[in-house]
Write a protein that binds this ligand. Structure first.
Ligand code: G3D
Ligand code: MG
Length: 186
């Protein structure tokens, strides 16, 4: 860490850095959500399918988030597993209109929860029940039932309904995550 960094940290000018893993099936809206959380002048106009993963940054009122936006495609899993250890929070995105693949999303979630680098940690998980604007979307309550979220007893979790295109629901989620991370540190 450089002197300036240290100084601004001491003066409380620098926001605390948090590493967040953004996971979920491909096409659920992960990249769109992360893009929307970035300042307007840093947002991309075109969201292209993520290959492997990309690293993005955004800030909340008191934290600076570095997000590992993982490709939802299972074949990249062995690539992103290496980042589990460093993750301090998880954002898990679900396409609420894709009833057919909800079982696959649940399998992905279960695999994640059973991973040795995640299983025994009290890492907060924020779920976005995304694509709420679509006619076929089920409610966030239904999504949490389909994913059996009430079975997660050893980690703080929260589910927010979101429409990533309009940016609705995202701030509520980030506020929750910020609270969790701050309480964990004090
Ligand atoms: P991923 O990163 O999880 O793979 P993306 O998903 O962010 O690439 O999004 C996949 C597609 O879903 C994109 O459409 C994106 O615009 C769309 N999308 C993301 N969030 C929402 C939402 O809340 N509502 C709706 N209606 N669509 C959403 P394209 O057409 O570019 O493939
Ligand atoms: Mg993506």
């Amino acid at each position: 860490m450089g002197l300036l960094d240290r100084l601004s940290g001491l003066l409380g000018l620098k926001k605390k850095e948090v590493h967040v893993l953004c996971l979920g099936l491909d096409n659920s809206g992960k990249t769109t959500i992360i893009n929307k959380l970035k300042p307007a002048n840093a947002q991309s106009q075109d969201i292209v399918p993520t290959i492997g993963f990309s690293i993005e940054k955004f800030k909340s009122s008191s934290l600076s988030f570095t997000v590992f936006d993982m490709s939802g495609q299972g074949r990249y899993r062995n690539l992103w597993e290496h980042y589990y250890k460093d993750g301090q929070a998880i954002i898990f995105v679900i396409d609420s209109s894709d009833r057919l693949r909800m079982v696959v999303a649940k399998e992905e979630l279960d695999t994640l929860l059973n991973h040795p680098d995640i299983k025994h940690r009290r890492i907060p998980i924020l779920f976005f029940a995304n694509k709420m604007d679509l006619r076929d979307a089920v409610t966030s309550v239904k999504v949490s039932q389909l994913l059996c979220l009430e079975n997660i007893k050893d980690k703080p979790w929260h589910i927010c309904a979101s429409d990533a295109i309009k940016g609705e629901g995202l701030q509520e989620g980030v506020d929750w995550l910020q609270d969790q991370i701050q309480t964990a540190k004090t």
